[in-house]
Design a protein around this ligand. Sequence first.
Ligand code: PDD
Length: 286
Amino acid sequence: MSRVAYVNGLYVVHADAGVHVEDRGYQFGDGVYEVCEVRAGRMVDERRHMERLVRSLRELRIRLPMPLHALGVVLRETVRRNRVRDGFVYLQVTRGVARRDHYFPVPEVPPSVVVTARRVDAAKNEALAIEGVAVITVPENRWDRVDIKTVGLLPNVLAKQAAREAGAREAWFVDADGHVTEGGSTNAWIVTQDGVLRTRPAEHGILRGITRTVMFEVAEQLQLRIEERAFTVAEALAAREAFLSSATTIAMPVVRIDGQPIGGGSPGPVVRKLRELFHSVAEIAR
Ligand code: PDD
């Protein structure tokens, strides 16, 4: 069965799916996206992902392409047509197609909408979580509006590729003060020697991850203390545990930073419990 993509009102064969060469997403990175986990055929935390999409669009002054309930139908239909049980659904909205010109198009053009869905091997992810992953650190070099989930991800792409070439999975950006901001596609956390869960506040310098938000509720259920305060690389190295979070990784143990082991170099019990409990706290629609 071939994969299917939704492109501007049509479900098309994935291999042939395309947008116009003058799409502003393609030319300027002028668009936003969301990645939502699919588990047992159902979307995880759809409501929060849609809320963040609306915010990202508002910040960039791009029109919502269709009512949210219609967008929900498209997401679910794309998941269904691709027979995704465990995987992800990707949604991208750009400012649309117009002759290349930096100014917003006048008159306004309809936003472009693309939705794809993809299966993942859930067992493989679980195996990775048992092993843990390595991260490297790189200097923060992104703009100051990374709270908007734009498709302009060049620094993230370069950082993650550097991580891969160093035998790591993720790159943590480190700001001018020596504090970790976040990963190339994940939020960053530590568990201090006092057992406190620590992650950077979401006002500046990071994307407010949906997984991050839900993780606060999971931590509360586990009666863990949480502190929203940035940490340095040295503090991470001295931590009991470290992990990263995103819709594609949930809570993923970090066992090495720049080649140095964290917490003895193997995943700890806190991240394991957070991971185990996550889906019983997340919103999963029937
Ligand atoms: N990335 N920070 C960045 C820079 C991200 O790109 C992401 C998500 C997150 C975590 O957000 P959430 O918990 O809502 O997934 C944090 C997605 C998965 C991606 O780009 O593939």
